[in-house]
Design a protein around this ligand. Structure first.
Ligand code: ADP
Length: 218
């Protein structure tokens, strides 16, 4: 087994990471303290182990220091998540990605050296809120620092008009980076190109500007 990825915590989040990494043909060591969970993954993960990762010796015995990337997907038990992360960084694991449960949890994780802190529930909640507000918002990706990328399905106010006609950049301060049209992606589209039904506009901008655009046009 190539020592690339290990995933600790095989709940919905960690479990789907293991499944997807295997789909991508990457070796994964799957770890959980719960024997049932480990059993569920024994045919999916490259290797699966029952272990409590809050014990330093356990992490050493598992050889986790030799892994390039460890994902800590321990859900509700914030103490175990923090302790596991601390021990992994003490072992000099290069990249440790941790799922945060709250913003306080995230702040602690950043302080103790977690390399990537992810907030799947919060991010998904935000994405879904945008989709709920408008059927035309297909996807939403927060870039941090109050900037996002949003995919809009062209609506009646846009179809037949060009980016120039809509005066999107001057009027709303957002940029159309690309247009998805059938299987093609038109990168940096010519502002004169006419928008047709089914087009998806991939836009980037400040969150306030994107929200304003959504209110006015979507
Ligand atoms: P999700 O919200 O992603 O479904 P869960 O809380 O259901 O998350 O899953 C977290 C997993 O982490 C559980 O399967 C739990 O057994 C595991 N876990 C909790 N503490 C430890 C620990 N100290 N060592 C290893 N695995 C742990």
């Amino acid at each position: 087994m190539k020592k690339e990825f290990a995933v600790i915590g095989l709940g919905r989040f960690g479990g789907s990471i293991v499944e997807e990494l295997r789909e991508l043909d990457v070796d994964v060591l799957a770890i959980d303290v719960n024997a049932e969970r480990v059993k569920d993954f024994q045919d999916i993960a490259t290797e699966s182990v029952i272990a409590d990762t809050t014990e330093e010796q356990v992490l050493k015995d598992l050889g986790l220091r030799n892994f390039d990337h460890v994902v800590v997907a321990i859900g509700d038990n914030i103490q175990s998540s923090i302790l596991t992360t601390l021990l992994l960084k003490d072992l000099d694991v290069k990249r440790v990605t941790v799922k945060a449960q709250s913003s306080y949890h995230a702040r602690v994780l950043e302080k103790i050296g977690a390399d990537f802190v992810v907030h799947p529930e919060r991010d998904m909640g935000r994405r879904i809120a945008h989709k709920l507000v408008s059927n035309s918002v297909l996807d939403y990706l927060e870039l941090g620092g109050e900037y996002s990328v949003v995919e809009y399905l062209a609506n009646d106010k846009m179809i037949g008009r060009s980016i120039l006609d809509l005066d999107i950049r001057a009027e709303y301060g957002i940029s159309i980076m690309a247009i998805k049209r059938d299987d093609d992606i038109i990168v940096s589209p010519d502002p004169a190109v006419k928008i047709i039904a089914g087009d998806v506009l991939i836009s980037i901008g400040n969150d306030d500007d994107l929200n304003y655009f959504e209110k006015k046009v979507m």
